[in-house]
Design a protein around this ligand. Structure first.
Ligand SMILES: [Zn+2]
Length: 422
């Protein structure tokens, strides 16, 4: 019995059977005419997902997208770290040109400050706009369910250096501050809720970010059963997203990427810097080290580091080989030391044994290759030859119907043969 019939029946009793006939039932309104939705673009990052994880028999949903859509080996940019590569993917510029030259860095214009991954002061990010800023400026609504840099008011100015209060700038109309306590299911459900909205306030470009595979890859290494389990977990979320989109009858062009791969590490494969105390400081250590000599100590540091070392090579920033496309930005540290695959550069030898995984190595190493899968009405099925991750941004512009942007490092040319006619 419907709630209004129950109330009517109760009223009849209250009126001592005054109602002789049952109340008329309100007719059900005719079914709403199904809305025809235009495709949306969803950019998904599975942090640290190495493409060969697709061959471990645990990713049926991702493999189905490969079978239907476009895939290919995507080279990350140097350094093969999370923030530089996520920002490159959404800007089409290599880290040397975006200014996101590391997960940790310094800038002479901000003496005493160090950029870390919690930094939202636009000063560090303002060199080149990300795709959601281009879209918003073109009247395309965007929603970001996490992406490095999506919390930044791009183009704005912090009212106090290093603090969150910002004047001006553009953010996605829907965005959330990164919080890894927000479960993967919540992330997918929130994205689907955004798409459930009326058309006028529904995003047309969305991002989604999963960190689990990277976290487990660091802890357990890329060849571990734990990584396969993490890949399976995220694969189920991709399946849930796909089912949710189907239920909404929402066509979508999915562009699924990772920022870098993962190499196996061990406490038995460590190079120590062995520099005199006080002669330097480091910004990052691990697969590479960025070393800043103390003023007046340059010769001491260079003599030690620039000499040949097994499992490590160091360069002055101006001498870094051109294939890395790295070293011209003022934020790049004066000396870069790069480890051989699987080795780590540390200040001191580790005190206890450990194994795990890391990234940051040569961006042309097979272990650093990144994931790329694109599927949806815009894509034909195929395999694109190896390309650089700077090419994803121009592809996203094409998917959104934005004109090509000149003066960037990437091009959508690798994908053009596989784009379906509009
Ligand atoms: Zn990462």
């Amino acid at each position: 019995m419907r709630w209004y019939s129950r109330i009517a029946a109760a009223m009849c009793v209250a009126l001592l059977q005054a109602c002789a006939t049952p109340p008329a039932i309100t007719p059900t309104p005719p079914a709403a005419v199904a809305e025809t939705r235009e495709p949306v673009t969803i950019l998904i990052s599975i942090d640290g997902f190495r493409p060969d994880y697709l061959r471990r028999g645990v990713t049926p949903n991702l493999n189905r997208l490969v079978a239907e859509g476009l895939t290919g080996p995507m080279r990350p940019s140097f350094p093969t770290k999370t923030f530089p590569n996520h920002w490159t993917i959404v800007t089409g510029m290599v880290p040397d040109h975006t200014g996101l030259v590391g997960n940790k860095m310094e800038d002479a214009a901000r003496p005493g400050e160090i950029f870390t991954m919690a930094e939202t002061d636009p000063f560090w990010w303002n060199a080149t706009p990300p795709i959601w800023v281009d879209a918003e400026r073109a009247g395309i609504r965007t929603g970001t369910l996490f992406w490095p840099g999506s919390e930044v008011a791009f183009g704005g100015t912090a009212t106090k250096s290093g603090h969150a209060k910002v004047e001006g700038g553009v953010r996605p109309q829907d965005w959330l501050a990164f919080n890894d306590a927000i479960s993967e299911t919540q992330r997918v459900n929130t994205l689907l809720d955004w798409l459930r909205r009326p058309a006028a306030i529904r995003p047309r470009l969305l991002t989604l970010y999963f960190d689990r595979v990277d976290v487990i890859g660091h802890e357990s290494g890329p060849d571990s059963a734990e990584v396969a389990e993490a890949a399976a977990t995220i694969d189920r979320q991709i399946g849930a997203l796909r089912d949710g989109l189907a239920a909404l009858r929402q066509p979508a062009n999915l562009v699924i990427v990772s920022d870098h791969g993962m190499g196996p590490t061990s406490s038995e494969r460590v190079v120590t810097l062995d520099l005199p105390a006080g002669s330097y400081h480091v910004l990052e250590t691990g697969p590479y080290a960025t070393v800043v000599p103390t003023p007046g100590q340059e010769a001491v540091v260079e003599r030690q580091l620039l000499a040949p070392h097994p499992h490590m090579q160091c360069w002055r920033k101006q001498d870094i080989p051109s294939r890395f496309r790295y070293g011209s930005n003022p934020r790049v540290a004066p000396i870069l030391c790069l480890a051989e695959m699987g080795w780590l550069i540390l200040e001191k030898a580790p005190t206890k044994p450990s194994t795990g995984g890391a990234h940051g190595y040569d961006n042309q190493a097979p272990e650093m290759l990144a994931l790329f899968i694109a599927a949806g009405p815009a894509f034909r099925h195929g395999t694109v030859p190896a390309f650089d991750n700077v090419d994803v941004y121009p592809l996203l512009r094409t998917l959104l119907g934005l004109p090509p942007r000149t003066g960037i490092d990437g091009t959508d040319a690798p994908f053009r043969p596989w784009l379906a006619p509009r």
